[in-house]
Design a protein around this ligand. Sequence first.
Ligand code: ATP
Ligand code: MG
Ligand code: MG
Ligand code: MG
Length: 561
Amino acid sequence: MLVSQLYAPTLRETPAEAEIVSHQLMLRSGMIRKAAGGVYTYMPLALRVLRKIENIVRQEMDAKGGQELLMPIIQPAEMWQETGRWDVYGDEMFRLKDRHNRDFCLGPTHEEMITTLVRSDVRSYRQLPLKLYQIQNKYRDERRPRFGLMRGREFIMKDLYSFDKDEDGLAKSYDQMYEAYTAIFNRCGLTFRAVEADGGAIGGSGTHEFMVIADSGEAAIVYCPSCEYAANVEKAELEAISIPKEELKTLSIVDTPGTKSIEAVTTLLGITADKVIKTLVYNTDKGVVVALVRGDHEVNEIKLQNLVDCLTIELADEKTIVETLGSIPGFIGPVGIKTPMLIADSTVMNQYNAVCGANTSDKHYCNVNAKRDFSPTIIADIRLIQENDPCPHCSLPVKTARGIEVGQVFKLHTKYSNALKATYLDMNGREQLMVMGCYGIGVSRTMAATIEQNNDEYGIIWPAAIAPYHVVIVPISSKDEAQMSLANSIYKTLNASGIEAVFDDRNERPGVKFKDADLIGYPLKVTVGPKTINENIIEVKVRRTGEVLYFDVNNYLEEIK
Ligand code: ATP
Ligand code: MG
Ligand code: MG
Ligand code: MG
């Protein structure tokens, strides 16, 4: 590629909207351009990096028996209704209708799609295990798309789904994927940790997140320098503090937003009122916990979710909240309930009573404005684990760090095969549920995370395995024909031998060419100047170390390789 023709318009200034270094450098180096919040065009340099990451991912998935396919982005509502996630997924799902008024969504993930596919084609235990994956755009209407590709609303994900005969098979598939992920992120040149994590909205249990260690990371992780223990903070916190589940299960809080009680509930949850946007209803076998969480709600959502099954209800719709409470199977209403209830106001209480057929009275609930036999200490005990807290495994002090979640491996067990009736016939001709796992990698996020870990004041420093090109050749003077022709021949030689090179043939001052080279972050820069012409020596600078090497013009190829 000739730099004069390369579509990579570089910017000298750092764009104001970019808060973190990967976003800044991708804009400045002409790798991405924004189309809308969280929606970006990948320019040619970025696409080359993405393709390289994808190919590493493909190789490692294939090595574990993965088979690539490509599923539709547009998904019909019906399969999501079958699993119940059409209602549960909430605002993050991009929804659309066709001309016949049928509901569809843009796939935020593909459990429903793949399970529906496999259930109709797989009949026998002989067809299992099966590992299917795709690399494709995903759509999530993130509440706060930000940090460029880090939290996009359209982003590239690799998602693999495993189908096994039984739990042993799943355990094996899970371990294989764990190994593959370790290989992938190592090959990408990343410093990362696999941490134990919570189930989140996908459901199931047994999951690890792969976290790239970076100060800009949105996730907090905790790890123990003395033993193998590493976890997402939310998970660690629950283990470390171990709130008695029984106690939490006997607590019910019913509330709606916009009332004074937000204050009380937020005090309970240890968060500030400006963080409340969502009403979360937690169904337990003994009752329901409803919590209000705004803003950075995930921490608290996960906290409670780990203890009880979760159902999310949209904000500001009291009727829905009340109806949902009433529709929860096995829900034990406040009638006769001996446990404390917290209800926001009489309007909600009355609606609640109507829908649930309950007759909650002042005796049964504590208005937050009133003093309450209610003890908030159960939840108030929850706090984020801190540096030097005792390790839940070995009790020695833990350390904390920030991480970027680049991947997650997840045991789904039979959650989806049960909901969608994906069964097979075992050796004895008996019908069994398939046992599933799902495994995601944020391909575009991995590119951004790599830059977070590999940069300096001059720009990006690509690890060779995923660099857009390996070498840039810069003649000092574009007016000097000898330099230009030698540079051109080096360029041709390198490319012919499989080293991806670009030739900066622009009629620019050397300073401009060097600056761009550093900004874009090619691993090697070959300078062709008077010394090359007069002494047959080329100068090769290593972007990462700044080391300068001199090679004979006739004998550089092996060295560069
Ligand atoms: P997060 O916690 O950051 O919201 P997630 O847990 O919701 O991510 P998963 O459902 O586990 O994401 O999806 C698999 C992978 O897809 C993640 O590990 C991450 O690398 C990537 N990913 C998820 N959401 C985004 C996004 N909005 N933009 C870019 N990549 C994303
Ligand atoms: Mg998410
Ligand atoms: Mg996550
Ligand atoms: Mg995840």
